[in-house]
Design a protein around this ligand. Structure first.
Ligand code: SF4
Length: 505
């Protein structure tokens, strides 16, 4: 029931190599090399990392919630690893004519477990696939097409297919009613036409798996579509620094250049049409020096008014909202760091907030932030619409802060602007204007020494130590790491502005 394609029926390949499970079928659709590796060199496929594991865990929580809609549902083969046994147990359970969770089927070398199999009239069944996304995606249809084909081939009459995903308009008010939380989309017509091709595709996949060597597949956009491939790192590691896939908004052009054996930005032929930003990338790759539009950078810096407030938020967004007045995946602020530089050359003052306790962090967050931000001076954020968006959402549920927010909105400056516009571009940014690319490129400083190095990890760690059963000493340690990480983001902005002042000054 998780959104990612591995691990839901992983056992299918460990125990019975002649089955292609649903997740591996989807891998096979994405890339034959990935499929081959999964069966012939499985050790090359890394275990899920913390971010992927968090997605699995979230999928399991969503799966548990959906089951509440089927109070007479029967769990089939819970914890059973032997595939034949899961299939046998399913055959028994089917006779009950009750909703079945994780019913298992195999046919013609395909194996799948169905999230929910619901009895329908005339001895037929409905397949319900549960996803923790807020919308239907093409890959979900492939997933259902495979299940439909396996079940039909195994002799079941399938009346309908549904994709059950999270209602994006749901707002929590008290206990969650799964009937309001989920949306059921009837996708039978689209799935039926796709399932007609499953047999042929499965046949091709068996041929691929039996090859002595992996198919020679070039990297391409498919490496990240529909999911980032598990072999992304080893397949892409041949690319040197400053390569053509760094081209800003130039994925197609980049792969075209690779096809023509042009790997480095500096080697792009002069007759190839580049956008203005791509041309800057090529020029900086050739010169090794940053591109600076001095007039624009001076104008940007001239717009900064002391005291400068460097502001950054950390947020969390869970599939199942933790608090009232929150939507699924809504990013809720739980931490801010604010560095205030009162005048040029002054030592920055640092104010921080990190929510404590298991209650909604927003009221205290807003109070502390309102107290901390002075009455004048610029408020500098990197990708400021994100911070402003969170503040506006907070004001929707706490309208008492609206007047304050309106008063400060005009003072907000987006430090991303000079980089997104390519008024400043350093070749080491490698096509990215993100803070994680800009900070080391401009200042030589980064996040390497920190225990938490990116926002996703900050969110996961906050959730873990706040809502999980974690020893107090570890909890305090993680909170210290969270403060260091968020503090680095705002201090990093000070360093970036200092670096911008140098070439413009
Ligand atoms: S990274 Fe790309 S080429 Fe390599 S196995 Fe994955 S999808 Fe295929």
């Amino acid at each position: 029931m998780s959104e990612t394609i591995s691990n839901d029926d992983e056992q299918g390949d460990d125990v019975r190599r002649f089955y292609i499970s649903k997740s591996k079928f989807l891998w096979g659709l994405q890339c034959p090399k990935l499929l081959w590796t999964a069966y012939n060199a499985k050790h090359l496929i890394p275990e899920p990392d913390a971010a992927q594991q968090a997605i699995f865990d979230q999928g399991h929580e969503v799966g548990a919630l959906v089951k509440q809609m089927f109070p007479d549902g029967v769990e089939v083969g819970d914890g059973v690893l032997d595939l034949d046994e899961t299939i046998r147990l399913t055959q028994k359970a089917i006779k009950l004519r009750k909703p079945l969770f994780e019913a298992a089927f195999s046919a013609e070398g395909g194996y799948c477990r169905v999230d929910i199999l619901q009895p329908s009239p005339k001895d037929a069944w409905d397949i319900i696939e549960v996803k923790s996304t807020t919308s239907l995606k093409d890959v979900h249809l492939d997933d259902l097409a495979f299940q439909t084909w396996v079940l039909t081939s195994a002799g079941l009459k399938i009346r309908a297919c549904y994709l059950c995903h999270i209602n994006p308009d749901f707002i929590r008010r008290g206990e969650i009613d799964p009937k309001k939380f989920f949306v059921l989309e009837d996708v039978m017509a689209r799935v039926a036409s796709l399932s007609r091709n499953v047999e042929d595709k499965l046949g091709d996949m068996f041929k691929t798996i039996r090859q002595r060597q992996h198919p020679d597949i070039k990297i391409g956009p498919h490496c990240d579509d529909p999911y980032t491939c598990a072999l992304h790192d080893p397949c892409w590691k041949f690319l040197p620094e400053h390569n053509v896939l760094d081209l800003y908004r130039g994925t197609k052009k980049g792969f075209g250049l690779l096809d023509d054996r042009v790997t480095l930005l500096k080697d792009i032929p002069d007759d190839l049409k580049l956008t203005a930003n791509q041309a800057i990338q090529k020029a900086t790759a050739v010169s090794g020096k940053p591109h600076v539009n001095k007039t624009a950078i001076s104008k940007f810096l001239g717009g900064l008014e002391y005291p400068l407030h460097y502001l950054d938020f950390e947020t969390l967004g869970t599939a199942i909202p933790l608090f009232d007045d929150v939507r699924p995946y809504q990013q809720m602020p739980f931490q801010f760091s604010l560095h205030i530089v009162h005048e040029p050359e002054a030592k920055p003052e640092h104010v921080m907030f990190l929510a404590e306790g298991r209650h909604d962090p927003r009221p205290e967050f807003m109070l502390k932030l309102r107290d901390a931000i002075g009455r004048s001076g610029s408020i500098v954020a990197f990708n400021a619409p994100f911070e402003l968006g969170r503040l506006r959402e907070c004001c929707e549920v706490m309208p008492g802060f609206s007047t304050w927010l309106k008063g400060i909105e005009g003072r907000v400056v987006d430090l991303l602007d000079p980089f997104r516009s390519f008024d400043y571009y350093h070749p080491d940014q490698q096509g990215s204007a993100s803070m994680k690319a800009v900070l080391p490129a401009l200042t030589g400083k980064g996040y390497e020494g920190l225990a938490i190095q990116e926002g996703g990890a900050a969110s996961r760690e906050f959730l873990r130590v706040t809502f999980g059963d974690v020893p107090e000493a570890e909890r305090q340690e993680v909170r210290k790491h969270l403060e260091e990480y968020c503090g680095q983001d705002t201090e990093g902005m000070i360093w970036i502005v200092e670096a911008l002042r140098k070439p413009a000054g």
